[in-house]
Design a protein around this ligand. Structure first.
Ligand SMILES: Nc1nc2c([nH]c(=O)n2[C@H]2C[C@H](O)[C@@H](COP(=O)(O)OP(=O)(O)OP(=O)(O)O)O2)c(=O)[nH]1
Length: 134
């Protein structure tokens, strides 16, 4: 099983989403940015490191949500989500194809990496999803 962290980065009512590039696994799928946890690394350190490496942003973690386990045909992922806020840095795409800041209600329309769907649902039911329609 692969342990992967991801961050739902919020700015007011907007949420950051990133699109995987053609060269990555799950090409062109939208995701919450993050990546694989290294050996002996905590989930918290991992997500902070990944966001600096991939997007050049330093984040503050607000809350850890529940893990989402998903079986892809060739591997099983345990996705560890955090809600976070940008503390410093100018967002720069280093691996992804695109990014968008969206309102919570716009999120469901994206073509998501399947493991992210339960994470998205948890987020939508949290106090951080401002202006959501329930
Ligand atoms: N970063 C991230 N990865 C996700 C999410 N949802 C999801 O299924 N994944 C999958 C895609 C990848 O197979 C894996 C994360 O790996 P990664 O982002 O470090 O990159 P990768 O697999 O392209 O890298 P690699 O195998 O070439 O080292 O988890 C998500 O929300 N964020």
């Amino acid at each position: 099983m692969v342990h992967v962290t991801c961050a739902i980065v919020i700015d007011g009512s907007k949420v950051l989403v990133t699109q995987r590039s053609e060269a990555m696994k799950l090409p062109l799928k939208w995701e919450f940015p993050g990546g694989k946890v290294d050996l002996n690394e905590s989930a918290e350190s991992c997500i902070k490191r990944e966001l600096i490496e991939e997007l050049n942003i330093e984040v503050e973690l607000l809350e850890r949500l529940s893990d989402s386990r998903f079986e892809y045909p060739t591997f099983t992922i345990n996705l560890i989500p955090f809600v976070a806020r940008v503390k410093a840095g100018q967002l720069t795409l280093r691996e992804h194809r695109a990014f968008q800041w969206l309102h919570p209600k716009e999120l469901f329309a994206l073509d998501w990496a399947p493991a992210d769907i339960p994470v998205l649902e948890q987020f939508m039911n949290s106090k951080y999803a401002v202006g959501r329609t329930l």
